[in-house]
Design a protein around this ligand. Sequence first.
Ligand SMILES: Nc1ncnc2c1ncn2[C@@H]1O[C@H](COP(=O)(O)OP(=O)(O)OP(=O)(O)O)[C@@H](O)[C@H]1O
Ligand SMILES: O=C(O)c1ccc[n+]([C@@H]2O[C@H](COP(=O)([O-])O)[C@@H](O)[C@H]2O)c1
Length: 226
Amino acid sequence: MNDFPVSPVGVFGGTFDPVHYGHLRIAEEIAELVGLREMRFVPAGIPRLRRGPEASLEHRVEMVRRAIDGNSRFILDEREVVRGGVSYSVDTLRELRQELGKDIVLCFVTGADAFIRLAEWHRWRELFGLCHFIIAARPGHLLSAENRPSPAALPQELEEECRERWTSSAEILKYAPGGLIFTAQTTLLDISATAIRKRVASGKSIRYLVPESTRDYIAANDLYRE
Ligand SMILES: Nc1ncnc2c1ncn2[C@@H]1O[C@H](COP(=O)(O)OP(=O)(O)OP(=O)(O)O)[C@@H](O)[C@H]1O
Ligand SMILES: O=C(O)c1ccc[n+]([C@@H]2O[C@H](COP(=O)([O-])O)[C@@H](O)[C@H]2O)c1
């Protein structure tokens, strides 16, 4: 426990194939709501538990770099692509804790769809010793009346591990380096990278789903065309 509030650091891991306004908007709202001193966008090298990605690592990183440019709280953290190979969040969080210190508050951001699969992650129980989780609702993965993923959506071992960790107070997160789970009431945006890739492949517009920098980059590099 920290004796005084510590301004947390957000860690937003993703495949970002490509980054879109769903990511950017929840990152902005969570940074504001939780009072993050920074939000680190961490593009995955080779992501676990999914096929792909379609765009190369360099392209995905570059799209994130351009999309967050100009937001002083948003930072590109390239450690997973530099590390190479399959990306394990436990390695990333361990490194960050070592660099930033044992008292720093780390908040790992996930959409509800990603969180319900947490028990499939590498050394997943260790994650709670390293960070808090901030869950963003996502259309199709709505939250229960208690503002959590419905217990029925969580596998039993995850539900049990989470049971004593839920908090409805963003303020309380600042007093412990990790171990709690908070659901953020962010704007529901039905935007996914899958739908964006499909739209590009079929020659449809992606304007207003992604920043203009991302749209320009995809066009200039001929990404996601079949
Ligand atoms: N529209 C959204 N609302 C809330 N969370 C989101 C949204 N889009 C992505 N996320 C979350 O952001 C993180 C990174 O997402 P990712 O880069 O895989 O994008 P995606 O749109 O889910 O991609 P794909 O469609 O390729 O699976 C995940 O935790 C995911 O749940
Ligand atoms: O560490 C793991 O085993 C692990 C398994 C699946 C996903 N993750 C992380 O979760 C984040 C979101 O993943 P994704 O596939 O939804 O883009 C991203 O940072 C991934 O590296 C991590």
